[in-house]
Every structure is written in structure tokens, then in C-alpha cells.
Design a protein around this ligand. Sequence first.
Ligand code: S3P
Length: 447
Amino acid sequence: MSGHGTPIPMTARKSPPLRGVAEVPGDKSISHRALIFGAMAVGETRITGLLEGQDVLDTAAAMRAFGAEVVQHGPGDWSVFGVGVGGFAEPDRVIDCGNSGTGARLIMGAMATCPITVTFTGDASLTKRPMGRVTDPLALFGTRAVGRAGGRLPMTLVGAADPVPVRYTVPMPSAQVKSAVLLAGLNAPGQTVVVEREPTRDHTERMLRGFGAELTVEDTPEGRVITLTGQPELRPLDVAVPRDPSSAAFPVCAALMVPDSDILVPGVSQNPTRNGIYLTLVDMGADIAFENPREEGGEPVADLRVRFGPLKGVTVPPERAASMIDEYPVLAALAATAQGTTVMRGVKELRVKESDRIDAMARGLEACGVRIEETEDSLTVHGMASVPGGATVASHLDHRIAMAFVCLGLVAEKPIRVDDASPIATSFPLFEGLMTGLGAQVARDNG
Ligand code: S3P
């Protein structure tokens, strides 16, 4: 759970060159999935490199509540003893997904075709986010949902006792919705088909195959057609979680902002459904070497050597949005320091993340003296030779907003204060130590 504690204000100041090795934590998307799929397999799934952020810990607690045994052996080293597809027990408590949309939506899918009733809740951010995008397709399986107006948590789902398979075209680019439908399809007889018009992160498809599910993917004029054969016996898998490209983007962009920086970020996933930020940084003229490309845990990874250099503003191709959807906050911060204008279009999904990220970045950048323009589905940032800073910005319970402004504070003329950095613990618990280890001047206000 997050967002229930005392706010942690954090201030970032103009810093010397960043130097050193930045070992970022395990991938959040893969960590959630490893726990959930492990809980749906029969036997022991061993996970190494698990992200021990609060979002993932909340998912681990949820899996225990459904009857799986989840054990931590050491840092990042976990086992899940699963109960099998359709084997979830009815939890005797409310499932609190904290700050995590991924946790809530994937777990809803996983329980939707089990004959159990489950109540979900979350923190002040998650209870504002739309769940109808998941409960609408789950209703096609026979799942019933009763929640607050607008499909908000808290919400109770009554799983389908006699589920039917489904064919569903996902109306928005969302890996969470795609994954929820596929997870529900696991315990439905016959074939469940999900069509996505725009490709989104494909960890669910990759990992379901790894766990032994029969799943095919076909590129058609209609989009990516994913066909899953229901009621497999999932077999346990050893999952080595690669480092998170979304978390890596923070030290990478910080090094591109702070003059004379030179850092190494090893073992970062370069999955093509996740690497849009790195393509964009290269378009901006960033000096990034993708060294030692290899495969780890079924994902392509590389060591990123990042050196400071002048960047130019770009127009990000809208079709790239899904592959870098979580990186727009830090890109917007970086764009404030580039020469010229950066235009980000086709990004209205940012409005329903942990916060309304277009609004949060726009207001925060304005407070720091940066010129922006915003529409319902775009954000434009005008770069400047020197960002004034000298403001307190609101993180809105959003880890990525908090980290983006910490990065910008490292080059602003006057310090930037983030009103509450506590949400950073949801995805990147060691962020502050990692950044100060590189030389960043970051400190909690009272600690
Ligand atoms: C995620 C999918 C994305 C992303 C989120 C993680 C996932 O959300 O923003 O941080 O693990 O499936 P949407 O599916 O809502 O786009």
C-alpha cells in the first residue's frame, strides 16, 4: 500500500557531473506477471531479480490471499507455489492494490473466471482510475462487477462460474486490458482471442508461452491477433527479471541533462515494445552506446553507456507512444533542457495514469519557468538554455512525476522541491541512494 503515509518532500539541486554505474531494479511489469502467473501454475516458480517495490509487494500479498504460497529467500529471490489455473481461493479480506493499476487490472483478470467474489481497493490515486476498461470485457466472460460511479474502486467482482471464451478488440492501447482478458481466458474453455490495433508491451504473451500456455500471435490488417487456448495446466518457470527500462530512463535522462556526465546503466531490457524512449533520445542526438547486447530472462538486454551532450527538441512519432508511455514525464523534463521544441502527440492515455501526467508535468514545468502548451492528447515543451527552477511541484501520488522533477532539479538554476517523493517507493525504492551515488544533489527535506 502507498499514499497512506507521511509525505516525504525531496529537493534536488544543481549537481556536478554524474559518474558511475547505475544498477536499476527489476522490471515492474514482468515482476507483477511472474507472481501472478506463478500463482496460476502448479508447483514452484522461482523468481530472481524481482522488483521489491511496493506495487509488486502488494501483488505478492494478493497472491497469498488467493491461496498461493509466496516466499522471499533473499533480496530479489522469491518462490511462488501456485494453485493452478482456476484454483484461486476466495480471499477473506479486501484486496488492496495500493498505487498499482497493473496489479489491480491483472489480478481482476486472473480471478474473473474463478467462482469467487473479491473486493478490490487502492490508494487515493488508484481509486480515481477507470476500471470499466477491464470490467467491460470481463463481463463478456460472465463476470459481474459492482463499483463506484464511473467504474472506480472500491469494487466487487463476482467471478464467472461457467465462463465462456471471448473475442475482444481492445479499444485503447493498453497492455493491462489485453493482459486482463488473456488471464481471464486462461480458465475459460475453448479459445479466447484478443485483438490489439496498436502493439503494446508483450510480456504477458512471452511469459504465458514460457509457462506452457498455447498462445499464438498473428499480425493482420485488423491488428495483432492473439489466440489463447483455455484451461491449460501452467507449468512453473524460472523467471530472471531483467532491469526495468522505464526506471533506467531516469538516470539516463539525468546524465543527458547534467553537463559532463558519463554513466553506465547495465542490463537494461531493450524489448521493442518498451524501448521507444531510447529511440527518441537517439533522435534528439543523445550519446548512448548500447553495449554488449544479449538475451537475459527471455528479453533482449544491453548495457547503456550514456554521456552528456547537447540535445535538440523532436516531434515524437505518435505511433511510438505505446512503447514509451511511462517515459513521457522524464522526456518532458529533459525536453525543457534541449535546444528547440519537443512535441508529444497521441498521448491522451497519460491522463489516466497514476496521475493526469499531462497536467502534472505541464503545471510543474510552468512553475519551474518552462513554456509549455497542452491539449487533451498532447504536450509541447519549449527547451531553454537554463531552466529557472525555484519551485515546489506536486507529485500527485505519482512516482514518475516525482522522479522526473528530481532529475530536472539537478540542472535547474534554483532547487526544485517535490512535495511528496514517497510514491517513488512503488517502483524504484533505491532511487535516492542510486542518484546520490552518481553524484546527484538530492535530499529529503527533513532527513
Ligand atoms: C503496464 C501497462 C501500461 C503501463 C504500466 C504498466 C503493464 O499501462 O503504463 O505502467 O505492466 O501492463 P496501460 O496498459 O494502462 O497502458
